[in-house]
Design a protein around this ligand. Structure first.
Ligand SMILES: Cc1cc2nc3c(=O)[nH]c(=O)nc-3n(C[C@H](O)[C@H](O)[C@H](O)COP(=O)(O)OP(=O)(O)OC[C@H]3O[C@@H](n4cnc5c(N)ncnc54)[C@H](O)[C@@H]3O)c2cc1C
Length: 506
């Protein structure tokens, strides 16, 4: 046993970030290694939004060994195959950013190069999304989990979940407490630092109780109680790149069957999300307060609900950007305390999971080696930068010129990485996943094509097959996907059969 091992972890905050961290720590450290203590304040509460996920959440569920149907039932979840972007490229236009890939690789080459040649030679071709099983299934509101079948797109279905954030927190809390995590309800009013090195020593609650720890995880949300208010770590704002800074959120009554995808509808100074759950629909309007008032944003949201509003709309302000360090001294910021990229591609829960994984791969001793801390900070920072660039793509690549907001977005200066990525695709149809970035080639292709960026070339190797063979191969993929989707049940039928939630208690 290491003499300088971590003896106690203190997690401040019981939102999605706090309970995900507690659940993972209780599982990975097997409740034997050290004490895990979570402090949360019922009076402050949680942010309570954050209901759409990406497929990587399945890895997190696997680490916890969750039974997926049980997880879906208990969080009133539905399945998500991608996101439909409406009015983003121009008014009246829509496209789907699906999970999974397009077609199949041929001649060792990504499918889209073949599609690009077909488009170039014929002047038209079916939309790229017609070659994605997730997109075609989403458009028909179907869903099933992948099955094992050789050479079938049905074995390549990638999916995520829409879930109730409050229920998800409760679910993880039950999991963590059952594995020994100690929870204390109370408001932290003071944070004590050690003389000399400034490391955090303890957090003190309103009733005077001091909770000491070796490692502190700041999951206190936007306020960054430890990482910022105490350690003054600093923040890099990205408002110039991503001008949306406010959201109005409201749940609405469920109408009809849940869609197997999230909807994102662009408005004049932002966009609206629609997230279907089993018992209700989550909605929100994300907008730039520089270009639209809160009243106008609220009225647009309420006028665009498909069911009756179930609560008063709630306004949430945010500052898009990242903390200058995620790990400072003996404190690691996870969740909104570490920074926030607006929720367009539902990446925040993933970034929580990713930083939890990073923390466990670099789990410290009480020596807190600076090289490990630097590695964590460099990796987390790079991951966030790449997600930011992908989100900016949705705003910069647009034909919309119907408002000051879109005129700003369309013409703003963008990071060099994004410029390079767009230019490479325009020149040669090539897309590369760099630095283990979160979004893969499919995602970049979906959004570049969807937003109207055109590739002028394709991989030269595609010219080694004849016109006829090209048309036959591409058409074959189209047909196989269409036939495969016909085998899938409706999203609702799938839920009813495997994971229908009980009616919520009123
Ligand atoms: C508008 C919007 C939409 C979003 N949509 C998505 C989405 O679709 N998908 C996605 O992945 N993410 C989304 N997110 C992000 C997601 O909501 C968050 O990443 C997630 O909820 C984690 O929040 P958190 O736990 O860091 O903070 P919070 O939920 O704010 O929790 C903070 C915790 O700290 C506690 N706390 C704070 N101060 C003290 C104190 N002094 N003493 C004791 N306790 C304290 C609070 O009580 C609370 O328990 C969205 C965010 C916003 C703003």
């Amino acid at each position: 046993m290491l003499e300088n091992k971590i003896r106690s972890i203190v997690i401040v905050g019981g939102g999605t970030a706090g309970w995900m961290t507690a659940a993972a720590a209780s599982k990975l450290l097997r409740n034997q290694y050290c004490d895990i203590h979570l402090v949360e304040s019922d009076e402050i509460g949680i942010i309570g939004v954050g209901e759409a996920t990406i497929p990587q959440i399945q890895l997190f569920n696997k680490v916890l060994d969750l039974q997926e149907d049980d997880f879906v039932r208990k969080t009133q979840a539905t399945f998500k195959l991608g996101i439909e972007f409406i009015n983003w490229r121009r008014l009246g236009h829509s496209y789907i950013h699906p999970f999974g890939s397009y077609g199949i690789n041929m001649l060792g080459m990504e499918f889209h190069h073949f599609w690009l040649r077909l488009l170039k030679e014929q002047g038209k071709a079916p939309e790229i999304e017609d070659y994605s099983i997730a997109a075609v299934a989403a458009k028909q509101n179907r869903f099933m989990r992948p099955i094992q079948r050789v050479n079938s797109p049905l074995s390549e279905i990638h999916y995520a979940f829409h879930l109730d954030a409050g229920l998800y927190g409760r679910y993880l809390r039950e999991f963590a407490e059952a594995r020994g995590v100690k929870r204390t309800e109370g408001k932290v009013v003071q944070v004590k630092q050690r003389e000399g090195n400034g490391f955090i020593e303890s957090v003190v609650l309103e009733n005077g109780t001091a909770i000491e720890g070796d490692l502190f995880i700041d999951c206190s949300g936007f306020r960054g109680l430890l990482i910022e208010q105490t350690l003054k770590t600093g923040y890099e704002s990205w408002l110039d790149y991503l001008p949306c800074d406010t959201a109005v959120a409201v749940p609405s009554a469920k109408v009809g069957e849940p869609t197997s995808y999230t909807k994102s509808t662009a408005h004049t100074a932002g966009w609206q999300w629609r997230i279907p759950l089993q018992h209700r629909t989550g909605n929100g309007h994300v907008f730039s307060s520089q270009y639209m008032s809160e009243d106008e944003a609220t009225s647009i949201l309420l006028n665009n609900l498909d069911g009756e509003a179930l609560a008063e709309p709630r306004t949430i302000r945010f500052n898009v950007g990242k903390r200058k360090k995620y790990w400072n001294k003996n404190c690691v910021a996870i969740g909104l305390s570490s920074g926030f990229i607006e929720p367009l591609e539902s990446t925040a829960i993933h970034l929580i999971q990713s930083n939890i994984a990073r923390l466990f791969s670099l789990f410290p001793t009480r020596d807190f080696h600076q090289t490990d801390i630097d590695m964590f900070n460099n990796q987390a920072s790079l991951e966030m930068d790449r997600v930011r660039d992908f989100i900016i793509l949705h705003y910069i690549a647009t034909e919309r010129d119907d408002s000051d907001f879109w005129n700003y977005c369309r013409t703003m200066e963008i990071p060099d990485y994004l410029k390079r990525k767009i230019s490479m695709y325009q020149n040669s149809g090539r897309i590369f996943r760099e630095d283990e970035e979160l979004f893969n080639e499919t995602s970049w292709l979906a959004v570049m094509q969807g937003q109207g960026i055109e590739a002028n070339g394709y991989h030269p190797v595609v010219d080694t097959i004849s016109k006829e063979e090209l048309a036959a191969r591409v058409n074959d993929v189209h047909q196989v996907i269409a036939r495969s989707v016909e085998e899938m049940p409706s999203h609702q039928a799938f839920i009813d059969r495997f994971c229908k939630a009980e009616k919520p208690q009123m």
